[in-house]
Design a protein around this ligand. Structure first.
Ligand code: PMP
Length: 423
């Protein structure tokens, strides 16, 4: 196959017929990915937003090495182990209020599936059989498995293409202003009795284009869900562990979700692990004399000791190193560095929240050219939708961050000029 990147690998989100040859990663260190050809790239996106402590942090590596020699994996059915118990207890303490029952999964999408299943079954267990749908938001993203896709933005989730395969959900605009707030509340009202839960990414809808809403908007969503008597799921997978400036994003709105999904940076970006955390009340609804009232889910690699050891070590680092301070410093620099980009031709909006900086352009074209330009500048940055963004490791140095924003400032006008040329 001409242009085929590799003979046997099927790449994600890629039209394999004409995909450019992917780069070959050999090593990682600090904020950098080192390629087989020895080029070093500063990772502006922290490996899909996971590597919050940078790569190869010795504390995590050591904890994993120790666990690897003791018990890399053991099934979680009928057995528990110290790394999982410790992690669950720590998460319960870190999370506000009664969010204290942790179900481990192996990926973010599965954590969302579990949250959805928990929500439906919460109602079933109380004899309410009608609540089989979810209210989710435009521009939201919750994963690539089918139920998670169904609550993702209809375009992003390719709902038209997969019609018939996906459950149909109620999808509302984020209630940013009066008109969208009316639509949202009306939809909640119209589907009263059908909706099991509202699911939202708190403060930043990441994969849907780094769309941001403020704490008051999030509070409005939580209040409306409460008034309507439905559950609230906060999908924090992309923003958990400091990304928006606080350990968890939803705490900025002082709300009390019934379920929260964690993932990505949970292990500091070294190994897959996710968690669905429920309140004590929600958990209690699964206690019954009826066997079928139990939560019927159990991923093979759930709560892998190796992954739990990594996550415990990652949590240590939030205590021993100044992560939230680093996020605040990154936020200040991103605001400073990216603000001037707002006046560039083709730029529609510049947004910063915590360690997330996004530049929205009118239309993203010549994507491969754009990515190649960043690589040439020594930056690993993956634009999507119409957004060029950075979500660096919190340990990124000021000079590295300047290199990222500097490359954006240099490449964007050239890219925009190409757009003008093309017209
Ligand atoms: N929820 C959110 C908010 C996400 O950003 C993602 C992944 N980008 C997921 C869920 C799915 O996680 P995973 O890719 O680990 O399945």
């Amino acid at each position: 196959m001409p242009g085929a990147p590799t003979a046997h690998i099927w790449l994600p989100y890629t039209q394999m017929q004409d995909a450019p040859e992917p780069l070959r990663a050999a090593r990682t260190a600090g904020s950098r990915i080192i390629l087989e050809d020895r080029r070093e790239l500063i990772d502006a996106v922290a490996s899909w937003w996971t590597a919050c402590h940078g790569y190869n942090h010795p504390h995590i590596v050591m904890a994993m090495e120790k666990q690897l020699h003791t018990m890399p994996h053991v099934m979680f059915g009928g057995l528990v182990h110290e790394p999982a118990e410790k992690l669950a207890a720590r998460l319960a303490v870190m999370l506000p209020g009664p969010l204290n029952r942790v179900f481990f999964a192996d990926s973010g999408s599965v954590a969302v599936e579990v949250a959805m299943k928990m929500s439906v079954q919460f109602w079933l267990n109380q004899g309410d059989t009608g609540r089989t749908r979810f209210l989710s938001f435009r521009d939201g993203y919750h994963g690539d498995t089918l139920a998670a896709m169904s609550v993702t933005d209809p375009d992003e989730g390719m709902h038209a293409l997969f019609k018939g395969y996906l459950p149909e959900q109620v999808i509302a605009p984020i209630p940013r202003d009066e008109a969208s707030a009316d639509t949202f509340r009306q939809l909640l009202h119209d589907h009263q009795g059908e909706i099991a839960a509202v699911i939202v990414e708190p403060l930043v809808q990441c994969a849907g284009g780094m769309k941001m809403h403020d704490a008051a908007t999030l509070k409005g969503i939580a209040d409306a869900a409460k008034d309507a008597g439905v559950l609230l799921i906060c999908d924090e997978i992309a923003v958990n562990f400091g990304r928006t400036g606080t350990l968890f994003a939803h705490t900025q709105a002082n709300i009390a979700p019934d379920i929260i999904c964690l993932g990505k940076a949970l292990t500091g970006g070294v190994i897959n692990l996710a968690a669905t955390v429920a309140t004590a009340d929600l958990f209690d609804a699964f206690l019954s004399d009826r066997a079928e009232a139990a939560l019927m889910h159990g991923p093979t690699y759930m709560a892998s000791p190796l992954a739990c050891a990594a996550a415990n070590a990652s949590l240590d680092l939030f205590d021993s190193e100044p992560r939230l301070q680093q996020v605040a410093t990154i936020e200040a620099q991103l605001k400073r560095d990216l603000a001037p980009l707002a006046s560039l031709p083709g730029v529609v909006d510049v947004r910063v929240k915590g360690a997330i900086g996004a530049v929205q352009v009118s239309e993203l074209h010549n994507l491969d050219w754009l990515k190649a330009q960043f690589v040439e500048a020594g930056i690993w940055l993956r634009p999507f939708g119409n957004v060029i963004y950075t979500m660096p490791p919190y340990t990124v140095t000021s000079a590295e961050l300047s290199a990222i924003t500097g490359a954006m400032a240099k490449i964007l006008p050239r890219w925009a000029a190409r757009e003008i040329d093309a017209e």
